[in-house]
Design a protein around this ligand. Structure first.
Ligand code: GDP
Ligand code: MG
Length: 841
């Protein structure tokens, strides 16, 4: 029987993990090894993925992946047996030092530098620790995959200068995921740390220690923070950690990184370890029962001789390797570690490769099957289970914990989706409805500031640059700040509480059909607000392929800046059915996103992907401080990155629309205005009207003659097959900076007025209907409007989005790809719509 057939609530024992490559390795490392007990907790509302409990933690697996795991269903006896075994555990309750962390600095002697690497499973509290000790504000989240790059912080502690590196989370040091490889290279490379600070989730030791064992096997000096000790105490589990520490040869100190408790003791111990290592202190390092002794795991009667046989040629080939390094390399070779095998090939270690093959053949003959990868994972887990049996006692059965109860509702078959949609709706409603209030204030503020400055400054290009270029440009950036802040409060709260992982869990099936990942959903939803933060939110997707695809399709989510264009055009041309058109456009964007995601998955990003084995962390109540801090950090990022770019772009667009000046024409207009003023036959009202008309006429002319106007005329032939005239071309060009600019440009071209007040908009939509081509036919027919709307939806997202994509993808190539892909697709679709429409009509 396979795991996918296990009924909800049933228990089973794992027999064998099939499949291959990355999937198998990851699954083994996460504790899916022979003999482990697993419970099926719940199916996602769409029946896939499935929520399991194994080794006391929660994990979600896709059904297709679960099929690869053979199991044997357990009856009630299995449960009773387990209970008894647990009763026999000796107990010792650890005491938590409540000494908080305070950098103590006595600047007497020269400072000694210590390089410390933070290593641990995702979501165990590494970043919390890093923030506590370095005073930094890195992003913590109750959601795996939040730290994507290494961050370095410095603190002075006693006579030491500690350099602390926060690495991404990893379950193992295998060469499968890029993060894990990155960490391994880092730990063994030239910049290797003096001490490895291994952060452990104390409630999840069985899985967490798998990584610790590997760190010890690398021969690195390791110290552990037994983090989340508060949760362990709350559960009333018992842990004899001094004994565990001695069994593993890793000093362990209980901590609560969220509040900083225990960190003082941790760093004192860390420094003792450093001193012992640098002084080669026998008592510390070589004592048989010592807490920092080296660890030699016994891999059993079959593997040990093989390890020894492969070690011999390694010793000869790599003369400067220490015994530990030799053993480590031998184990890695037998395990079939790609990177190490390539290394052997490159360095022509033929004898080693030969010995490896011989041993694998011998094992196969002896055992009938030969699966060293699994045997090694088995042996490691066997050791860990043994050590925990002697030191750890789980007080209660896990079932019925608060997290389980919440999960029962939030991912419920019937309730799951309504709750999810309600939360999304709440997020959107608050973001845009509540956000509209401060938006109006900012708008008014920017308007007042512009008016005030324009009174202060003399007329001329400088004044126009400051008022229409800079103030309006900056205003255009900060106007979205309230939306972004509110959106981020929600996202931070979802991430910190643990709900985000559940959202990914229930959405995974749909997303997977699109070639995406459950975690892609949130960025896509955020895209309806603003594409820029949405692209930044893709960071939590571990799989690079899924992340790239998500990033590249986010621009097809109609952001709020496109809405004014839709409202104007749809309102003018489809007055009776404008909301249907609007809704249709949003759906059309989603459809384009789905199709292009599938397409990219099959072409640009095909091949094996990181399996969807996602941990479902226990729910935690986020602290207000961390939510606000995170919100502020992200807002700052938005302002810094986008502020500069948008400012620059709006100045460029302003420049292109402002120059060359039509001074001759202005003079003529001024003369005409003067004539009107002097005329005696006109009423004051008629005078004002005529003056306005003349001014508007001039603005239109100025726009037409400006660089952007000329560019618009230049590009017109390319856009004519889509039904657009040069005026529309100009507005589309100026929309490159930001899509809402399309509306104000249309305003300038058609009415000589860029005002966005209600009357001005009504006037504009009237003018749009009256607009005629040279042959007298209307410029905007419903068909042209449709083609135009589709073009606005799909083409070039905006400067800020393109830059965000280039930055997040790590290469300008992807920025360029977005530009070409979106513009090409927009052209093609509008072309089809217009030409086919013309045939039909
Ligand atoms: P990382 O993925 O290892 O960097 O983990 P984070 O530092 O982002 O923390 C993961 C989650 O655990 C966050 O929600 C933290 O607030 C929470 N957390 C961190 N340390 C502790 C702790 O000692 N006790 C409790 N209860 N929660 C913690
Ligand atoms: Mg982190």
């Amino acid at each position: 029987m396979d795991l996918s057939q296990l009924k909800v609530g049933q228990r089973a024992v794992i027999q064998k993990v099939n499949g291959k490559g990355q999937f198998r390795k990851r699954i083994l490392e996460m504790g899916f090894v022979q003999g482990k007990e697993i419970v099926s907790v719940q199916n996602a509302p769409l029946y896939d993925p499935i929520h399991y409990k194994i080794l006391g933690y929660d994990v979600s697996l896709r059904r297709a992946d679960a099929k690869q795991i053979d199991i044997k269903v357990l009856g009630e006896e299995g449960k009773a047996e387990k209970q008894q075994a647990a009763e026999a555990v000796p107990t010792h309750h650890g005491m938590l030092s409540d000494e908080p962390f305070a950098p103590k600095h006595q600047a007497k002697k020269e400072l000694i530098p210590i390089r410390i690497a933070l290593v641990g499973n995702p979501n165990c509290g590494k970043t919390s620790l890093f923030n506590q000790v370095s005073g930094a504000n890195e992003h913590v989240g109750n959601y795996s995959g939040v730290t994507v790059e290494a961050k370095t912080g410095y603190i002075l502690y006693g006579n030491y200068r500690l350099e602390i590196i926060d690495l991404p989370g990893a379950y193992s040091l295998s060469p499968y995921s890029p993060e894990e490889l990155y960490i391994r290279d880092y730990l063994t490379g030239a910049e290797k740390p003096d001490i490895v600070l291994n952060v452990l989730d104390a409630c999840n030791l069985e899985r967490n220690l798998y990584l610790s064992l590997q760190l010890k096997e690398l021969g690195l000096p390791v110290i552990s923070a037994l983090n989340m000790f508060d949760e362990l105490e709350r559960k009333k589990d018992l842990l004899n950690y001094p004994k565990l520490s001695a069994l593993l040869g890793i000093p362990m100190i209980p901590t609560i990184c969220r509040t900083g408790i225990g960190l003082g003791a941790l760093f004192d111990e860390l420094i003792s370890l450093y001193e012992a290592v640098s002084a080669n202190d026998e008592d510390w390092l070589n004592d048989e029962r010592g807490k920092a002794r080296s660890l030699k795991l016994n891999y059993g009667v079959h593997l040990e001789p093989a390890i020894e046989a492969v070690s011999r040629p390694i010793r000869q080939h790599y003369k400067d390797y220490s015994p530990l390094e030799v053993r480590h390399l031998a184990i890695k070779c037998l395990e079939g570690d790609k990177v190490y095998l390539d290394k052997l090939k490159e360095e022509r270690a033929t004898a080693v490769r030969y010995a490896r093959e011989e041993e694998l053949k011998r094992l196969e003959e002896e055992l009938g099957k030969m699966d060293t990868e699994e045997m090694i994972a088995d042996a490691r887990y066997g050791f860990i289970t043994g050590a925990l049996r002697e030191t750890y006692k789980r007080r209660k059965q896990e079932e019925g914990s608060l997290s389980d109860k919440i999960d029962g509702i939030v991912t419920h078959k019937l309730l799951g989706f309504p709750i999810f949609l309600a939360l999304m709706y709440l997020m959107f409603y608050t973001t845009f409805e509540l956000g509209a209030v401060p938006m109006d204030w900012i708008d008014a503020g920017v308007g007042t500031l512009g008016g005030w400055v324009s009174q202060l400054l003399p007329d001329g290009p400088i004044k126009d640059l400051i008022v229409d270029g800079i103030i309006a440009g900056v205003g255009g950036v900060i106007i979205f700040l309230p939306n972004i802040l509110i959106l981020y409060i929600f996202i931070s709260f979802f991430e910190d509480s643990g709900y985000m992982a559940r959202a990914a869990f229930i959405m995974d099936k749909l997303m997977h059909k699109m070639g995406l990942h459950g975690k892609s959903f949130i960025p896509l939803v955020m895209g309806f607000g603003c594409n820029v933060p949405a692209i930044m939110a893709t960071r939590s997707i571990e799989s690079r392929k899924s992340r790239m695809i998500t990033m590249l399709v986010v621009p097809f989510m109609s952001c709020s800046a496109r809405l004014p264009v839709y409202i104007l055009i749809a309102g003018a041309l489809f007055p009776s059915s404008s909301s249907t058109v609007l809704f249709g456009l949003y759906l059309f964007g989603i459809a384009i996103a789905i199709i292009s995601a599938r397409l990219m998955r099959d072409t640009l990003f095909s091949g094996e992907d990181v399996p969807f084995v996602m941990e479902l962390p226990p729910y935690r109540l986020p602290t207000l401080r961390s939510v606000l801090r995170q919100m502020w950090n992200r807002a700052k990022q938005y302002l810094q990155k986008m502020g500069t770019v948008i400012l620059f772009a709006s100045i460029v667009i302003w420049f292109l629309g402002y120059f060359p000046r039509q001074d001759e024409a202005r003079k003529q207009i001024d003369e005409q205005i003067a004539q009107v003023e002097q005329s005696t036959s006109l009423s004051a009202e008629a005078k004002a009207e005529q003056t306005n008309e003349l001014n508007a006429h001039f603005t239109q002319m100025q726009q037409e003659q400006s660089y952007i106007g000329r560019l618009g005329k230049f590009t017109e032939p390319a856009l004519r097959p889509l039904g657009f005239d040069w005026k529309m071309s100009i507005s589309l060009l100026s929309g490159l900076a930001a899509k809402e600019v399309v509306v104000s440009t249309l305003g300038v071209i058609y009415t000589g007025d860029s005002d966005d007040s209600e009357e001005a908009q009504a006037r504009l939509s009237e003018r749009i209907l009256q607009e005629k081509r040279a042959d007298g036919s209307p410029s905007f027919t419903p068909l042209v409007a449709l083609s135009f709307l589709i073009f606005v939806l799909i083409y070039f997202p905006c400067v800020a989005t393109v830059i965000a994509i280039a930055k997040e993808a790590g290469s300008w190539k992807w920025g360029a790809f977005t530009v070409i892909f979106s513009c090409g697709l927009a052209w093609l679709l509008s072309f089809l719509v217009y030409q086919i429409g013309m045939l039909i009509i």
